[in-house]
Structure formats: structure tokens, C-alpha cells
Design a protein around this ligand. Structure first.
Ligand code: CA
Length: 233
């Protein structure tokens, strides 16, 4: 695969470069955020490995800017910071996964494979039915747009994936762990409260201007999206 590595630490660069080259992958390197963004936008990479703390534009800013024109290339964010808050803002800026330094090369490679597999799954899903619906809420998997009562709703990349997962499993109770694994696809300790936080963001956005509740909390179990006559809280 063709990898873009945006990283300013020579040690990390040579570790990743040696490792991935050894497995037969091409690695292009940018050592600051601005040239990283230019390269990311100017070429087609299979995956982008993005450091958070960078000279010039930081990883989060690069990610937000890149996602305005490209929503599909997987991004793995690297950082020395590991608090939930940083992880959440990294994922919210449009990264698909997150790894804290120091890490093992084998883990990095495993995560890259997972990202590529997920991208392939999304592409094949997009060749089938592209509209998911519940009541007057509609999600288009091809154009990545959401409407309620024909009015567009703007979601972040993570909110979109969350809604997509709920809609694919409509009328089914999903536990916080299931949501975490399927929407974030990460197995480290992010904590399931991130699910509650995002369900609340999403609820607020899809409830704007509508009175009927769609995302239901199933006490002690998790969440479910379904059509109902219950009013929004
Ligand atoms: Ca750095």
C-alpha cells in the first residue's frame, strides 16, 4: 500500500519507514503540517498516518481541513497524549483510529490492515442500497448526507458513522460496547461514556425541528433507533 506519513520525529519516521518498507509498502514522508496537507490533497494515498503535534499546522487542523475534500482515505492518528479528551477530539476531527506513542510496529501494521478492510467494506456497502431510513430521517451512504423531513443536517464524521450503524440495526437494541466496537473500531480503553456523549450530540442534531423521538435509551442495555410516537425530551 501507498502510505503518507506526516511526522516530525526522525526516530519515529525511520521506525515506521523501515518497518513498512520491509513489508513491501511505499512510505512518503512530510515533516510538518502544511506540507503534509499539500501532499495529502495532491496525491492519492491508501492510508495516512498523522502525528498530532507538528510544526506549522497540527494534526487535528490538518485532519479537519483534509476531510472537507476527502472523506474516504483512512487516517490513523499518532500521539504521545492519551487522555480521553484528546482521543475524542482527534476522532472528531475526522481520524479513523488513534494510537499512542510508544507503539509496536506490529500493532501499527495490524491497525492499518483493519482500516483498509473497513474502507473496502464501506465501498462494497455503497454499491448496494445507499439510502437508510427511519420515519422522516434519511441517510445517504453515497453522498454522506443526512436529512430529516427533507431538511439537511450537518454531522461530523463520527456522528455520521454512529447514525449509519444505528440505522443499519434499526429496531434492535445495541449495547454501548457494540456501538464502541463498530463505530470507533478500537479495542483500547476509550471508555463507553464516549458513546453516551456522541449519542447526545447526534440526538440534538436530528431532533432539531422535529417532535418525534427516534433514538431511544434502553435503560441498563444501550440504545436503539426506531420509529415511535414518543415525543422528544
Ligand atoms: Ca510530533
Amino acid at each position: 500500500m501507498n502510505v503518507l506519513l506526516v511526522e516530525d520525529e526522525p526516530n519515529v519516521i525511520s521506525l515506521i519507514q523501515r518497518g513498512l518498507n520491509g513489508s513491501g509498502h511505499q512510505v512518503s514522508v512530510a515533516m510538518d503540517g502544511n506540507s503534509g496537507l499539500t501532499m495529502a490533497l495532491g496525491h492519492s494515498f491508501d492510508v495516512i498516518i498523522l502525528d498530532l503535534m507538528l510544526p506549522g499546522r497540527n494534526g487535528m487542523e490538518l485532519c479537519t481541513e483534509f476531510r472537507k475534500t476527502n472523506q474516504t482515505t483512512p487516517i490513523l492518528m499518532l500521539t504521545a497524549l492519551s487522555s480521553t479528551e484528546n482521543i475524542v477530539s482527534g476522532l472528531d476531527s475526522g481520524a479513523d483510529d488513534y494510537m499512542t506513542k510508544p507503539f509496536k510496529l506490529s500493532e501499527l501494521e495490524a491497525r492499518l490492515r483493519t482500516l483498509l478492510r473497513r474502507k473496502a467494506l464501506n465501498i462494497s456497502a455503497n454499491n448496494g442500497d445507499s439510502i437508510l431510513r427511519v420515519a422522516d430521517l434519511e441517510l445517504n451512504q453515497n453522498s454522506k448526507t443526512v436529512k430529516r423531513d427533507a431538511k439537511p443536517i450537518t454531522l461530523t464524521a463520527t456522528e455520521f458513522r454512529l447514525l449509519e450503524y444505528l440505522l443499519r440495526n434499526r429496531n434492535k437494541v445495541l449495547t454501548r460496547m457494540e456501538i464502541l466496537e463498530n463505530v470507533w473500531d478500537i479495542d483500547f480503553n476509550l471508555g463507553t461514556n464516549v458513546v453516551d456523549v456522541y449519542v447526545n450530540y447526534l440526538r440534538k442534531k436530528i431532533n432539531t425541528g422535529s417532535s418525534k423521538k427516534l433514538i431511544h435509551t434502553v435503560f441498563g442495555m444501550g440504545y436503539m433507533i426506531k420509529e415511535s410516537n414518543e415525543d422528544t425530551e
